[in-house]
Design a protein around this ligand. Structure first.
Ligand code: AP5
Ligand code: ZN
Length: 219
């Protein structure tokens, strides 16, 4: 199963991706998570990415495409029958075209582009209340998805943190960038008959139920 998750910052991509990946046993590949891991390890890629991420801008296409191409050649993707769930990639038409070429080399294509629709005014509240576990990347929300003990990950007891790019000003920039550079992908995938629009305003469990209905018929 090959899926990409589309949607603005804070739409719930990471939240749904965790569940989809566990249920359908396909690797969850989040370009944002890969960049954050590189930033926290201070790698050359992390240093470059930080210049852009801190300002709410996209990391340049060449850097992202090479990184994803490399990730998609790893064993977990191959042993899932070239299966993957991409979260946060593609984000530009250039990236979408690159993905299509990567797939073509393996003689396969995408099953769906799942687009989580959430109005922009809701996104800021979602993102400013988000807390993340640095150990397992689980995502919580101070109001909508509280951990059992405030500020602590349910799964491994690690203290949660807030992302640096989740400050309101940076979030606004990320939303502008989304509108300019990523929203055109909805039409791109519509033209390829791949798009599935899901109402991301629902409770997160209902969003997942909708996604399962769509995926139930796919291998
Ligand atoms: P990335 O990490 O991909 O960030 P994003 O796309 O901005 O998305 P978010 O992680 O903010 O939100 P989400 O949709 O995953 O929402 P979540 O599930 O956490 O990218 C970060 C940066 O890296 C980019 O700005 C860019 O600089 C760079 N980058 C990454 N990929 C790139 C690429 N391909 N090309 C170039 N640059 C790239 O949910 C949000 C909150 O809401 C959580 O607290 C959650 O608990 C809560 N929530 C979720 N669902 C619901 C619900 N249904 N109801 C109520 N609350 C909910
Ligand atoms: Zn954790």
């Amino acid at each position: 199963m090959r899926i990409v998750l589309l949607g603005p910052p804070g739409a719930g991509k990471g939240t749904q991706a965790k569940q989809i990946s566990e249920t359908y046993k396909i690797p969850h590949i989040s370009t944002g998570d890969i960049f954050r891991e590189n930033m926290s390890n201070d790698t050359p890629l992390g240093k470059k990415a930080k210049e852009y991420i801190a300002q709410g801008l996209l990391v340049p296409d060449e850097l992202v495409v090479d990184m994803v191409a490399d990730r998609l050649s790893q064993d977990d993707v191959l042993s899932a029958n070239y299966g993957y769930l991409l979260d946060g990639f593609p984000r530009t038409v250039f990236q979408a075209q690159a993905l299509s070429q990567i797939n073509a080399k393996r003689d396969c294509e995408l099953d769906f582009a799942i687009n989580l629709e959430v109005p922009f005014d809701i996104l800021i509240e979602r993102i400013s209340g988000r807390r993340i576990c640095p150990t397992c990347q689980a995502t919580y929300h101070i109001k909508y998805n509280k951990p059992k003990i405030e500020g602590i990950c349910d799964l491994d007891g690690t203290p949660l943190y807030q992302r640096e790019d989740d400050k309101v000003e940076t979030v606004k920039k990320r939303i502008d960038v989304y509108q300019e550079q990523t929203e055109p992908l909805i039409e791109y995938y519509q033209n390829k008959h791949k798009i599935i629009n899901i109402n991301g305003l629902q409770d997160m469990n209902d969003v997942f139920e909708n996604i399962k209905e769509i995926l139930s018929g796919v291998n």
